[in-house]
Design a protein around this ligand. Structure first.
Ligand SMILES: [Zn+2]
Ligand SMILES: [Zn+2]
Length: 416
C-alpha cells in the first residue's frame, strides 16, 4: 500500500519524461508565437470558485471534486479545471485595466475523482489557453486555430473539429422551455442527477453519460435551432473566420460541453483512434464566467487539452518525438590521481556545454566501460597517469571502436 501511488495517479519515470518535455516545449512555443503568455495559478482554490464558476449542476462539482477543510476550517478544492482559476487571477490582479484582450496559456495538473473503471486519471494534466476581454469571433477562431495547428504539428491526423453554438442566456431561455416540454413526459425515467438538472440546467441532460438518459433525449430540440439574432450572427462570423483560415470543421449540434459557463461557441477536436472517449481538446466561449465569479462583465474564450490523451494519440499516430541527446563524452579514469584530474576535466566539459559523464560509483576500468556502453555514450576518453603527464588522451568512438589521440587542450573543440 505504502509503495503504491494512490489510485488514479501515475508516475512519469525519467525514461519517458522526454515526451512530456517535448510536448510542453512545443506547446509553449506555439502559444508564444500566437502572443499568449503563461499564467501559473495555485493547485488549490476556495471551493466556491468552482461551484460558482464551473456550475453546481455539473458532474465535476457534484461528484468529482477533491474538496476538504484545511486546518483553518476553510473549504479548499484541488483545481478540477484550469479556466476558473485563470479567470479568478485575471480579476484579482485587475488585468482588465490593462490593454485588452488578455491572452494566457497554462500547463497544469487537474484533479477529479473519476471512477476507476473509466480509465481516466484522478490527477491528469492539461494545456489550456484563454482570451479575456473581447466578444469578437476573431478570438474564437484564433483559439481554435491554435489548437488545430498544435495538434497538426504533433503529427495527429484523423482528427475532426466539431463546432456548435450553445447560445446565450436570452435564447437559451426559449430552448430551455422547449426542452423541458419535450422531457416532461419522460421525467420519471431520468436519472437522479438529471432530475436535478431538469430544474436547474436541462441542457446538461443532453450530455448525461447514463445510457437511459441518452435514449430519452433522442430527438430533443437542439439549441442551434433556437439561436437569437446576435448568437446566429456570431456563429456565422465564426464559420466565415474558420473558412478564411482554411480550417475545416463539421457542425455538431450535440456538443454542449461539460461545464455550465459556456456561451455561444463550443467546440471539440475528436479522434477515432483512441476508442469511444475521443475528445482530445475541447473549449468554447464563456461570456458570463468572470461576472459570475465576482468580476466585471468581461467575455472570454479558451480551450483545455489533455496531455495524457495527447501523448496516447501521438503514440497511436506514430508521431515522431525526438529522443534525448546522448551523452557525448564519458571519461574513464585509471587510478586515484586520474580520478581527481577527471573530475576537473568533467566539469570543464560540462561548462563548455558538452553532455559528459563519469562513473561516480568508481568501478574498475572494465566496469566503467560497461557503464559507458549502457548509458549510450558516444565517446569515451581514457585518463591515466600517462595521459596526464603527456597532456593527451585517447578518444574512442563507441559505435565504431575507432580511437585517436587528442591533446587535452583540444578536447573541447574536438568533441564539439
Ligand atoms: Zn443568443
Ligand atoms: Zn441522466
Amino acid at each position: 500500500m505504502l509503495t503504491n501511488a494512490p489510485k488514479g495517479t501515475k508516475d512519469t519515470l525519467p525514461a519517458n519524461i522526454y515526451k512530456w518535455h517535448y510536448v510542453e516545449s512545443k506547446f509553449a512555443e506555439i502559444c508564444k508565437k500566437f502572443g499568449f503568455n503563461e499564467i501559473r495559478t495555485p493547485i488549490f482554490e476556495h471551493t466556491e470558485l468552482f461551484t460558482r464558476g464551473v456550475g453546481d449542476t455539473t458532474d465535476i462539482v457534484q461528484k468529482e471534486m477533491y474538496t476538504f477543510k484545511d486546518l483553518g476550517d476553510r473549504s479548499i478544492t484541488l483545481k478540477p479545471e484550469g479556466t476558473s482559476p485563470s479567470a479568478r487571477a485575471f480579476i484579482e490582479h485587475k488585468q482588465y485595466a490593462e490593454i485588452q484582450p488578455t491572452k494566457y496559456y497554462y500547463v497544469t495538473p487537474c484533479f477529479r475523482y473519476e471512477k476507476p473503471q473509466s480509465g481516466r486519471l484522478r490527477q491528469f494534466h492539461q494545456f489550456g489557453i484563454e482570451i479575456f476581454g473581447t466578444g469578437n469571433m476573431m478570438a474564437d477562431s484564433e483559439v481554435i486555430c491554435l489548437a488545430n495547428d498544435f495538434l497538426q504539428e504533433m503529427g495527429i491526423d484523423n482528427i475532426e473539429l466539431r463546432i456548435n453554438s450553445v447560445g446565450c442566456p436570452t435564447c437559451r431561455k426559449k430552448h430551455r422551455e422547449a426542452l423541458k416540454q419535450f422531457l416532461e413526459p419522460k421525467y420519471d425515467a431520468l436519472c437522479d442527477t438529471c432530475k436535478v438538472r431538469y430544474d436547474k440546467n436541462p441542457m446538461r441532460i443532453l450530455d448525461c453519460k447514463s445510457p437511459v438518459c441518452q435514449e430519452l433525449v433522442q430527438g430533443a430540440p437542439l439549441m442551434i435551432d433556437y439561436l437569437c439574432d446576435d448568437c446566429k450572427e456570431s456563429f456565422e462570423q465564426l464559420k466565415q473566420n474558420l473558412d478564411s483560415m482554411g480550417i475545416s470543421y463539421v457542425i455538431d449540434p450535440k456538443i454542449v460541453r461539460g461545464l455550465d459557463y459556456y456561451t455561444k461557441t463550443a467546440f471539440e477536436f475528436v479522434t477515432s483512434s483512441i476508442g469511444a472517449q475521443g475528445t482530445v481538446c475541447g473549449g468554447g466561449r464563456y461570456d458570463h464566467l468572470i461576472e459570475e465569479i465576482g468580476g466585471p462583465p468581461i467575455p472570454g474564450v479558451g480551450f483545455g487539452l489533455g496531455i495524457e490523451r495527447l501523448l496516447m494519440l501521438m503514440e497511436a499516430n506514430n508521431s515522431e518525438i525526438p529522443t534525448p541527446e546522448p551523452i557525448k563524452a564519458f571519461i574513464v579514469f585509471i587510478g586515484e590521481e586520474a580520478k581527481f584530474f577527471s573530475q576537473k576535466l568533467l566539469r570543464d566539459l560540462r561548462k563548455a556545454g558538452i553532455k559528459a559523464e563519469m562513473d561516480i560509483h568508481a568501478r574498475n576500468v572494465k566496469g566503467q566501460f560497461k557503464y559507458a556502453d549502457r548509458l549510450g555514450a558516444e565517446y569515451t576518453i581514457v585518463i591515466g597517469e600517462n595521459e596526464i603527464s603527456e597532456g593527451s588522451v585517447s578518444m574512442k568512438e563507441m559505435a565504431t571502436s575507432t580511437q585517436k589521440k587528442v591533446k587535452i587542450d583540444d578536447l573541447i573543440l574536438e568533441l564539439k
